[in-house]
Design a protein around this ligand. Sequence first.
Ligand SMILES: NC(=O)c1ccc[n+]([C@@H]2O[C@H](COP(=O)([O-])OP(=O)(O)OC[C@H]3O[C@@H](n4cnc5c(N)ncnc54)[C@H](O)[C@@H]3O)[C@@H](O)[C@H]2O)c1
Length: 337
Amino acid sequence: MRIALVGAGQIGAAHARRLVALDAVTELLVADGDPDRAAALAAISPKATHVSADDAFGAGVDGVVITANTSAHAPLLHRALDAGVAVFTEKPIALDVPTTRAVVEHAAARPDVPVQIGFQRRFDAGYLAARDAYRSGSLGFVHTVHATTYDVSPPPAAYIPTSGGLFKDCSIHDVDAIAWLTGRQAVSVWGTGSNMGADFFRDGGDVDTCNALITYDDEMTALVSATRYHGSGHDVRLELHGSADSRFVGLDDRAPLVTAEDPAALSWTPAEPYQTYHQRFEAAYRAELATFVDVAAGRAPSPCTPAEALEALYVAEACGISMREHRPVTIAEIRES
Ligand SMILES: NC(=O)c1ccc[n+]([C@@H]2O[C@H](COP(=O)([O-])OP(=O)(O)OC[C@H]3O[C@@H](n4cnc5c(N)ncnc54)[C@H](O)[C@@H]3O)[C@@H](O)[C@H]2O)c1
């Protein structure tokens, strides 16, 4: 299959390596606004060549993977839909509701063109097992969820004003994972945030740490927590607490859980903690892209649709408004705005 990749930056380079490793991908066409960057990335494999953006959406392309900057996602998605080419895009579709809705509507008008959004937690073995446990009913009623996304250190300062803020950039993964895992709908949120680190977060209108209490339609409560500062390691975990049982996702030897008790009393030896999301989610990213190749080949439906991504955006948007305005915000308020 001929797969095109548009956006040869940080995650584009990693996804390109993952794509050329797939047997089903016989050719990878790499495009970027900066042709030198596309050429440099195309050098990673004899399967890869660099092309113009026009060629990435041209005849004979079986699927397009969008890894460009967030502001380019929606225009490129419209282009793929117009060209009738199956498309995967990194999250988010866009940082605002109207632009995201326009993509959802365009996709609904082209049901013949599969669109997959990149929420890779849906492909992580732990999240999948927790979903099975939740849906089996063996946990009883799940009253509380803790979802954690802690980066070790901040991204470059220049990224912050383009990120959409910490809720939309990071917590949106947790928001999507909880909805996908439980099938419950968020009803209202309370968001908070703080700036104890570098000034560029405040200057960019963002926070370096955020927390949201989200209430769901069955009264389940989730504490969704994210930070750019977590020196002990990259910590992405999810806890389901039920009346009958609980499940912890991400509780492995590399989880950066530093005991306050005597470490010698542990029955396992903690390994080198994760430092990046690439380390934490390598297997999930590979499974996600392998699934997209199946989706593009018509062998599978999209496992993460634009409409589901819009639902996650509603919640992240509500969290940001709640934080800024110091009040609870209902999802209905955002949905109906
Ligand atoms: N799912 C995840 O865990 C995850 C992790 C990191 C980044 N992301 C998402 O991936 C996207 C890219 O992030 P990144 O860190 O790789 O960014 P980056 O800045 O490293 O790379 C973006 C690349 O896209 C290119 N580009 C921009 N507009 C383009 C256009 N219209 N056509 C072709 N190329 C274009 C740029 O020249 C650049 O090379 C972001 O939307 C981000 O939210 C997702």
